[in-house]
Write a protein that binds this ligand. Structure first.
Ligand code: PLP
Length: 390
């Protein structure tokens, strides 16, 4: 079999591989604490489940328009208008099976050989994977602990060339939990207009924010025309397995992304879209309760990690991940994550799963109970204590 060359450039998401290894250990009888996978441990709120089931029972079992049903696109337009402070119309919304396809389709639609795409490193691994897949040049911008894992804006701007077609930003950020400031966004927005490139703004963790308010780059003057907002239901409503997300973008691009939907999925599952409508229009208290629980867990894990000699952890402002520096243990990231899984029964991801600049760090997802987080901290402290002293 001869595969297309582009397949050799496609990366992956290590979280799924580590999850499989952790499950294999569990099958052998080991007790594993899961801090690897990036999904809320809560179940989808009952009103949303009921809406999905009711849609199925009413016979909502047929195709929908590729961009999604109009009531959902209207509800998304209203939600994005409210949360970002910009006018949004339903023809600017494309509903997809999860937020991830918006990443896939946007990069496919804009990047090509001879163009460059700037993206955060460490960052969600699919950005780099998809840029490489298209044959465009992947241009990483390091996120450093000294800057609380925000871009150094000048460093980012220095990477802009006439070939820059797209810049990807993600705030609150996976894997570090960092949040970009208004000043950061302002500088990127000015550069986008001066040098004529687009922004993919991954705002999937918009609601999981513990301090300050969310600012979208799309809300800066002249930026709505240049921005694709990626958002979805997986994190905000604990709906990872339903597969429901969306993009908000200029209508001309929405037409193209809808065509990619027609060519791939046809449409997002119909009952899922009705569940999403209930998520947006129904009570929001369950979702906010989750955020409050995540905040408590953040403090438990950050304080606990900072008490372990050799580990140092920035307190993130959003998302449900911590990205502690483990250099003081004397180990590299990947062997350290392997050691935690094999010896301590704690599943985590190596910082390098998020790019080369993740060396020296690991990612823990704290979408787990406080009790399990405390047990994991004890195990990590014990495992680190057993390492040979430098
Ligand atoms: N963007 C970021 C930064 C993520 O961490 C994730 C999921 O982990 C996604 C997008 C996609 O989520 P989904 O496709 O489940 O909506």
């Amino acid at each position: 079999m001869k595969l297309a060359q582009c397949m050799s450039r496609l990366g992956t998401e290590t979280a799924f591989e580590v999850l499989a290894r952790a499950k294999a250990l569990e099958a052998q009888g080991r007790d594993i604490i899961h801090l690897e996978i990036g999904e809320p441990d809560f179940t989808t709120p009952a009103n949303i489940i009921e809406a999905g089931v009711a849609a199925l029972r009413r016979g909502e079992t047929h195709y929908t328009p590729s961009a999604g049903i109009l009531p959902l696109r209207e509800a998304i337009a209203a939600e994005v208008s409210r949360t970002r402070g910009i006018p949004v119309s339903p023809d600017e919304v494309v509903v997809t099976p999860g937020g991830k396809p918006i990443m896939f389709f946007t990069i496919l639609a804009l990047a090509e050989p001879g163009t460059e795409v700037i993206y955060p490193n460490p960052g969600f691994p699919i950005y780099e994977s998809m840029i490489n897949f298209t044959g465009a040049k992947a241009v990483p911008v390091p996120l450093r602990e000294e800057k609380d894992f925000r871009f150094d804006v000048q460093e980012l701007l220095d990477k802009v060339t006439p070939q820059t077609r797209l810049i990807i930003i993600n705030s609150p950020h996976n894997p570090t939990g960092s949040v970009l400031t208004r000043a950061d966004l302002q500088a990127i927005a000015e550069a986008a207009q001066k040098h004529d490139f687009m922004i993919l703004s991954d705002e999937i963790y918009i609601r999981i924010l513990y301090e300050g308010e969310h600012v979208s780059i799309a809300s800066f003057p002249g930026m709505k025309e240049r921005t694709i907002i990626l958002d979805g239901f997986s994190k905000t409503y604990a709906m990872t397995g339903w597969r429901l997300g969306y993009g908000v973008m200029p209508p001309a691009l929405a037409t193209q992304i809808s065509r990619l939907m027609t060519n791939s999925n046809s449409c997002t599952a119909t009952f899922t879209q009705y569940a999403g409508l209930e998520a947006l229009q129904g009570p929001q208290d369950e979702s906010y309760k989750m955020v409050a629980a995540f905040k408590e867990r953040r403090d438990v894990i950050v304080d606990g990690l900072n008490r372990i000699p050799g580990i140092r952890c920035v307190r993130p402002k959003g998302a449900f991940y911590v990205f502690p520096n483990i250099q003081g243990t004397g180990m590299k990231s990947k062997p350290f994550a392997d050691y935690l899984l094999e010896k301590a029964g704690v599943a985590a991801l190596s910082g390098t799963s998020f790019g080369a600049y993740g060396e020296g760090y690991v990612r823990f997802s704290y979408a787990n109970s406080v009790e399990n987080i405390r047990r994991a901290l004890e195990r990590i402290a014990d495992a680190v204590d057993k390492l040979p002293k430098a």
